[in-house]
Design a binder for this molecule. Structure first.
Ligand code: ATP
Ligand code: MG
Length: 298
């Protein structure tokens, strides 16, 4: 649990981060990293290393095996600690707030950055820690285009790739497309601004037609960038009086993707059926799809 990391984060010493980094690097080549290899990354005695490894193991940041040799690997929580440390060191944020969401494939927290001027208020951002590959590798392989065809798949690799992919597309789309501003990226995590308003599924819209039009125009704008979100629904759209913002980008595809038509249709249909169910607004899906594809077909 991410809570385990937060509870002990302040107790972690620089040498613990070096141990975790050693295991992280070692895991590029092997499943279990032997103690002598970890020792190379730390300048401590074997006894001290064994002592700290045992502490990290009891705090559930690393896990140990004795078969086929004594070795360690990090848990997601150890990997979380490394990313948090990187952000704190470079000043992206300095404190961690409440957990605001746990998805199938992510944990989302609020984080705060102290103001640079004493008169301004602290900035609050969102930290999204990816958790790809935690449930089932097969499932991940099937649904996530960006990791298909890679053989040495591990959760570290899958979640890191998902975070980087999400961060890159957000940087490409912001600010033209209405999404939270991407701030920083490290390992399997990204930092972004807080989306304005609330999730569409939690909101009672006063002018649903206005919001629906905004969403469809946004889908069209995204498509004219050659992109399909591919997981669009009332859960991944924030609405406010000012407009809308779309979150959750790691599974986006290019409009040239072999399943592009199907994915675009699914995105649009999710939105249309939500507005029809909740607000009784009926639109013809083919007309909407023609509208979305319009710019690119010209
Ligand atoms: N920028 C943001 N501002 C406010 N809340 C956010 C932001 N990003 C994520 N959240 C919250 O965290 C939740 C989970 O984030 P996100 O949808 O990106 O990942 P996910 O739901 O785990 O992915 P999946 O939809 O594949 O399960 C969102 O539903 C939302 O409540
Ligand atoms: Mg989501």
């Amino acid at each position: 649990m991410i809570g385990d990391v937060l509870n002990i984060f302040n107790e972690l010493k620089n040498s613990d981060f070096r141990i975790l980094t050693g295991i992280e690097l070692g895991m590029r080549n092997r499943e279990w990293v032997p103690v002598p290899e970890i020792l190379q990354y730390t300048n401590m005695s074997v006894e001290k290393l064994i002592y700290r490894l045992d502490w990290l193991r009891r705090k559930k940041l690393v896990v140990r095996t004795y078969q086929p040799y004594e070795g360690y690997r990090i848990y997601f929580e150890g990997y979380d600690a490394l990313a948090l440390n990187a952000y704190v060191r470079r000043g992206t944020f300095d404190s961690i707030g409440v957990e605001i969401g746990v998805g199938k494939e992510s944990v989302v927290l609020e984080v705060q950055k102290k103001p640079t001027l004493p008169i301004s208020s602290p900035e609050t951002y969102i930290l999204k820690l990816h958790r790809e590959g935690q449930t089932s590798f097969k499932q991940v392989k099937r649904t996530r285009d960006h990791i298909s065809g890679k053989e040495h798949i591990s959760w570290i690799y899958a979640s890191r790739l998902a975070a980087q992919r999400e961060f890159e597309i957000m940087k490409e789309l912001w600010p033209e497309i209405s999404i939270p501003k991407p701030i920083d990226c490290n390992r399997h995590t990204i930092v972004m601004e807080i989306a304005k308003g609330n999730e569409l599924y939690k909101s009672k819209l006063e002018e649903p037609n206005w919001h629906l039009d905004l969403i469809l125009k946004e889908i069209q704008k995204i498509y004219s960038h050659g992109i399909i979100h591919a997981d669009l629904s009332e859960y991944n759209i924030f609405v406010s009086e000012e407009g809308i913002q779309i979150i959750d980008w790691p599974q986006y595809v290019s409009y040239l993707h072999p399943n592009a038509d199907e994915l675009l249709k699914r995105d649009v249909s999710n939105i249309l059926s939500y507005f029809s169910r909740k607000y009784g607004i009926i639109k013809d899906i083919n007309e909407v799809l023609n509208f979305v594809r319009g710019e690119i077909n010209k």
